[in-house]
Design a protein around this ligand. Structure first.
Ligand SMILES: CC(C)(COP(=O)(O)OP(=O)(O)OC[C@H]1O[C@@H](n2cnc3c(N)ncnc32)[C@H](O)[C@@H]1OP(=O)(O)O)[C@@H](O)C(=O)NCCC(=O)NCCS
Length: 171
């Protein structure tokens, strides 16, 4: 990302512009994806959600982070952060905006208390940011998904439950 573009809080962007960008990046049928069911009924977290605008203030990319939980077989809910969608408009992909959005999100996490971060995405892209599928292989989502695309980033993966069902965090 060059210095003609600017990272801003997602809160500063009109909601309809965010939705239009996500439709372009993922297609209008994106709402049927299982990832949407995991965070159903929650709102994205303003402190961990960002946008990039270009020199003409046009929206180039967004990242959103949501409160979710993994409920283990004993019924205990383990709060986590669900990252995504990460989206860059098709004509500006490959210019480093995805990296900048991921870096903004990880930099905004409190390293002392960061919850595990979860996302559904291509491991070939997200492993570079520290997201891996190995700890999630016993986890379930409320709908169809590809196991190798369920990724987690955690300072200490040993604390993660081996099994559980992901869903919204309704605290
Ligand atoms: C995936 C996405 C967010 C990446 O953002 P971006 O700004 O295009 O990517 P960056 O410029 O930061 O990084 C480019 C690098 O990532 C690689 N890359 C991009 N998407 C990739 C993918 N799906 N799998 C593997 N590598 C990928 C590029 O090949 C490039 O590699 P290089 O640095 O070795 O040349 C963006 O392409 C996008 O919105 N895609 C459509 C929506 C999507 O699939 N989102 C991810 C699921 S949440």
């Amino acid at each position: 990302m060059d210095d003609t573009a600017t990272l801003i809080p997602l809160e500063a962007v009109q909601p309809e512009l965010i939705e239009a960008l996500l439709d372009r990046a993922f297609g209008p049928d994106r709402h049927a994806r299982t990832a949407y069911r995991v965070r159903l009924g929650t709102d994205w977290l303003p402190a961990l959600s960002f946008a990039v605008v270009d020199s003409e203030q046009l929206l180039v990319g967004t990242i959103q982070t949501w409160p979710v939980a993994l409920t283990d077989p004993a019924g205990r809910a383990h709060p986590m952060l669900m990252v995504g969608p990460v989206a860059v408009v098709p004509e500006r992909q490959g210019e480093g905006f995805g990296h900048a959005l991921m870096a903004a999100m990880t930099a905004a996490l409190d390293p002392q208390t960061a919850l595990p971060q979860l996302l559904v995405g291509d491991p070939e892209y997200y492993e570079r940011f520290g997201f891996f599928a190995a700890p999630t292989q016993g986890w379930l989502l409320p709908g169809p998904y590809e196991k190798h695309r369920l990724l987690v980033r955690c300072a200490n993966p040993a604390v993660l439950p081996h099994e559980g069902m992901l869903g919204p965090w309704i605290g």
